[in-house]
Design a protein around this ligand. Structure first.
Ligand code: FES
Length: 127
């Protein structure tokens, strides 16, 4: 009997997973956010540099699954160059849409990227 393999992730998600953008840490970030998923326990740290109200640099570290890594990779690409207000308005569904979709049970992984970015912005605003 032959079992047909069903692909869980689309090509864009796999590309960002295999070659993630903006991975790393940052010395003296203007904003820093660290969040954990209540669903799976995975974590994400995000660092931003802000100049003239725009995100001029962004880095992250993820301890998470393929969807979390792909979501943070594309979320950081999306946030780079945005104003603080524009970046703050980004939702997990914007991230999922930009990735071309995620399996239903992996949607929560994209929330990690949204939350980490929002925490970093909150930290920036509090300074
Ligand atoms: Fe934990 Fe995806 S399963 S972030």
């Amino acid at each position: 009997m032959q079992i047909k393999e069903k692909k869980m992730y689309n090509e864009k998600v796999l590309q960002h997973f295999k070659d993630p953008h903006n991975v790393g840490t940052m010395e003296n970030p203007d904003g820093y956010g660290e969040v954990g998923s209540s669903e799976c326990g995975d974590t994400m740290k995000m660092y931003i540099k802000v100049d003239d109200n725009k995100i001029t640099d962004i880095k992250y570290q993820t301890y998470g699954c393929c969807a979390a890594i792909a979501s943070s990779s594309i979320a950081t690409d999306m946030a780079l160059g945005k104003t603080i207000e524009e970046a703050q308005a980004m939702s997990k569904m914007d991230i999922v849409q930009e990735l071309g979709g995620l399996p239903e049970k992996k949607i929560h992984c994209s929330l990690l990227a949204e939350d980490a970015l929002k925490e970093a912005i909150k930290d920036y605003k509090s300074k």
